[in-house]
Write a protein that binds this ligand. Structure first.
Ligand code: PLP
Length: 395
């Protein structure tokens, strides 16, 4: 097939054609079990009938009207987010990067509004963090390989080692306007933050009147067994970013915050043509009402445990993984010493064995399946992974 797209992605050698639940078929009719979930997006699997119904019903009513108006779906989704979190206000956009961009801009504007004349503009982020691909978010992200080629970069950003409580205490000062942390570093290897680290960040922010931002683009919307991963901890953020599973495949992002902070986004200070789009928000509402139920959260915890146990068994029987980690249905398998750096090779073999999985960096195989994952798909997925590992070991 001729590829008309810019070459910034290395596409897999199949052409996905249609999908249902946790199964995907390519244009040759070959079937795959999807334990990748569109990189933690397809939280309710593929083509969930309730989402199709919400999308088609809204498609017959109103597609787009612009931010000169608000709409009922946007208000309804914002209300759901506010009613179920610390937040009092929501800004809608189209992606995780845009949600973080809004968060960082708001933190700078809030500091300007409340600490005029000071140099309070610094953002503290974590080494190996990932916050998106706009110039600001890629600069805040702690992976220079993604930003170096685009210099000069925005300034006023410092990076500290993830989970290093003394480093965060030392880095935050009166110049800090915000600290941003992923509760589980997703892209760089499915590494959970410790409660001690999150608490140290909160205390340092409080001492210096800085805002604490949790990037929950990957960990949010039920992925870990709670609506947002930070809800496992006794640490309240000032801003949370969400995207990915918020629309279950329809592009939408959201920045959640308090009224005190959100009020710094005065009319005209920030915006988005498509943010709050009625189609995306209608799907978001329907998705929210399925995700935010005891049954779905129970399934995440139960299937997460089973999947983790199955992966652990594979780790022990094959010696391919040195550690299986993560929370709920966001799991990472670190490659053992003998197979160091070969996660992508295993992912390719999994594809050949009818299984979609992900990598996180070059040393971790990552799984982020549907939150509704069934026993049958889970067990079949593990079997196919076992077959792929057997082929991998014998290369
Ligand atoms: N933040 C985190 C934690 C992510 O994992 C991602 C995407 O992988 C993003 C931000 C960027 O989201 P998007 O690709 O929707 O811009």
């Amino acid at each position: 097939m001729h590829n008309y797209l810019t070459p910034n992605f290395t596409f897999a050698p199949i052409l996905p054609d249609h999908a249902q639940g946790s199964r995907v078929w390519d244009d040759n009719g070959q079937e795959y079990i999807d334990l990748a979930g569109g990189i933690a997006v397809n939280a309710l699997g593929h083509c969930h009938p309730v989402l199709i119904q919400a999308l088609t019903a809204q498609a017959h009513k109103l597609w787009h009207i612009s931010n000169i108006y608000t709409t009922q779906p946007a208000q309804d989704l914002a209300k759901r987010l506010v009613d179920n979190t610390f937040a009092e206000q929501v800004f809608f956009c189209n992606s995780g990067a845009e949600a973080n961009e809004a968060a960082f801009k708001l933190a700078r504007k809030y500091a300007r509004d409340h600490f005029a004349g000071t140099e309070k503009h610094e953002i503290i982020a974590c080494v190996n963090g990932f916050h998106g691909r706009t110039l600001f978010t890629v600069s805040v992200g702690g992976q220079p390989k993604y930003s170096n080629d685009f210099a000069p970069l925005p300034t006023g950003i410092k990076h500290i080692p993830f989970n290093d409580s003394s480093a965060i205490v030392a880095a935050v000062n009166d110049k800090t306007c915000a600290v941003v942390i992923e509760p589980i570093q997703g892209e760089s290897g499915v590494l959970p933050a410790t409660e001690e680290f999150l608490q140290a960040a909160r205390e340092a922010c409080d001492r210096h009147q800085a805002l604490l931002i949790f990037d929950e683009v990957q960990t949010g919307m039920g992925r870990t067994g709670k609506l947002f991963a930070h809800q496992y901890y006794d640490v309240q953020p000032d801003i949370v970013s969400s995207a990915k599973a918020l629309g279950c495949g329809i592009p939408i992002g959201a920045m959640l915050t308090t009224a005190q902070i959100g009020n710094s986004f005065t009319p005209g200070s920030h915006g988005s043509t498509f943010g709050g789009n009625p189609l995306a928000c209608a799907v978001g509402c329907a998705a929210f009402d399925i995700i935010n139920t005891p049954e779905t959260m129970q399934n995440v915890l139960q299937q997460g445990k089973k999947l983790q146990a199955g992966l652990q068994e594979l780790a022990e029987s094959t010696g391919v993984f040195s550690q299986v980690r993560g929370q709920g249905l966001l799991l990472g398998c670190a490659m053992s010493e003998a197979y160091s750096g070969k996660a992508a090779q295993l992912m390719q073999l999994a594809l050949q064995h009818g299984l979609l999985v992900l990598v996180a960096g070059n040393n971790v195989l990552r799984l982020a399946p549907s939150l509704l994952l069934s026993d049958a798909d889970l067990q079949a997925g593990l079997q196919r992974l076992k077959a792929a590992i057997t082929a991998f070991i014998h290369i």
